[in-house]
Design a protein around this ligand. Structure first.
Ligand code: SF4
Length: 362
């Protein structure tokens, strides 16, 4: 029996769904916000929304790392590639729209853009071609930042530099609480990020905001349990930080990974596509590692950038204000084959997930 079977057990899932119906409010609608593309995939793929009472609304916050990279930073990556460097990036990133084109469209124009599965692939390519300049477009949340940091600490090849676009999840969750007309009642915190940062960064939510916060894993039973735990807290008017994902997440997180991040990066304010500037939410290279900064090495700095194209509603999808089906372009002008906005690009984008699962009809 494979270990995950229990977490996909239909009988157990059914029992939890019954419990959810028992504790869910009878009249008022409560809103539970998750901030993780993988959680959205699990919820959509397993049809979890259709099992919930009408009074429970599960919304997707800014949990897709590709969706929230501002167009200006995509433009910078494209600029270094058009200047002659080899741009290496994750598969989802090649199709993400910048202000006027995506990295893939830049490739069509002659730029050397290569897909990598990890930063290590970029390192190997740079080692194999010492006469070319390579740039790694380092996007992602706390889950991918440690591997970028590890390569920099090790001493990357001298012909490899980094466009660091890593972002931090807890500041984005805090911002969600300030969006007046959203009125979230509980958070489901992302399991992957939490394996790195641990539980402590979420303490602020129950303590300062009275917000029930549940760290959850990525199987259907994990997500259903997290919804049940959140609803129980809402019903009892309590606000606590709970760890549903105990098999992977410890209070202190991954100390080694956090040390690596702290050694290489400093925390600064930064823009998020569709959201704007969030204080203390972005990682930047520390002074001593600026020799690895692609901005410095290739003299790029683009300000501005066109984040949202005409008609695109990604800025509302990213903060859970609307569902993908409420965007007039969804599955008409905007499809996974021809994405208009970033939410239709990556496997963790809410629109893409809704497009490839049965959620169109929900
Ligand atoms: S359907 Fe396309 S254009 Fe509309 S919000 Fe989603 S990604 Fe943006």
């Amino acid at each position: 029996m494979r270990w995950e079977k229990g977490f996909r057990d239909p009988k157990l899932a059914k029992r939890i769904v019954e419990k959810i119906h028992e504790v869910a409010p009878k009249k008022d609608v409560v809103k539970i916000c998750h901030v993780c593309g993988t959680h959205e995939w699990v919820i959509s793929h397993y049809g979890i929304r259709s099992m919930l009472p009408e009074t429970v609304d599960v919304i997707a916050g800014p949990g897709c790392p590709v969706c929230i990279v501002p167009a200006a930073e995509v433009d910078e990556a494209i600029q270094v590639a058009l200047k002659g460097a080899v741009l290496t990036c994750f598969g989802d990133v090649v199709r993400v729209p910048g202000s006027s084109m995506s990295p893939l469209e830049a490739k069509v124009k002659g730029a050397d853009v290569r897909v990598v599965y990890s930063v290590i692939d970029a390192v190997r390519m740079a080692e194999r071609e010492p006469n070319r300049e390579f740039v790694f477009f380092a996007i992602g949340f706390e889950t991918t930042a440690p591997s970028t940091a590890a390569e920099i600490v090790k001493g990357s090849p001298r012909n490899l530099s980094f466009l660091v676009s890593h972002r931090l999840i807890p500041p984005a969750m805090e911002l969600m609480l300030g969006i007046g007309d959203l009125q979230i009642d509980a958070f489901i915190a992302p399991g992957h990020v939490s394996t790195i940062i641990g539980l402590e960064p979420y303490e602020i939510f129950p303590k300062a905001y009275r917000m029930p916060t549940i760290v959850a894993g990525f199987e259907p039973v994990d997500v259903l349990l997290a919804i049940y735990m959140a609803l129980k807290q809402i019903k009892n008017r309590t606000a606590a930080l709970e760890n549903e994902y105990k098999r992977a997440v410890r209070w202190e997180g991954n100390i080694k990974a956090k040390e690596l991040m702290g050694r290489v990066f400093k925390v600064v304010g930064g823009n998020w596509r569709g959201i704007g500037r969030i204080p203390d939410s972005t990682l930047a290279l520390k002074e001593e590692y600026l020799k690895y900064d692609a901005h410095e090495r290739h003299s790029v700095k683009i300000s501005g950038g066109r984040d949202i194209r005409p008609g695109c509603q990604c800025h509302l999808v990213i903060v859970g204000k609307i569902k993908p089906t409420e965007c007039p372009l969804f599955m008409k002008a905007c499809t996974p084959q021809r994405p208009v906005g970033p939410c239709m690009v990556g496997v963790e984008g809410t629109c893409k997930i809704w497009a490839v699962t049965s959620q169109h009809s929900v």
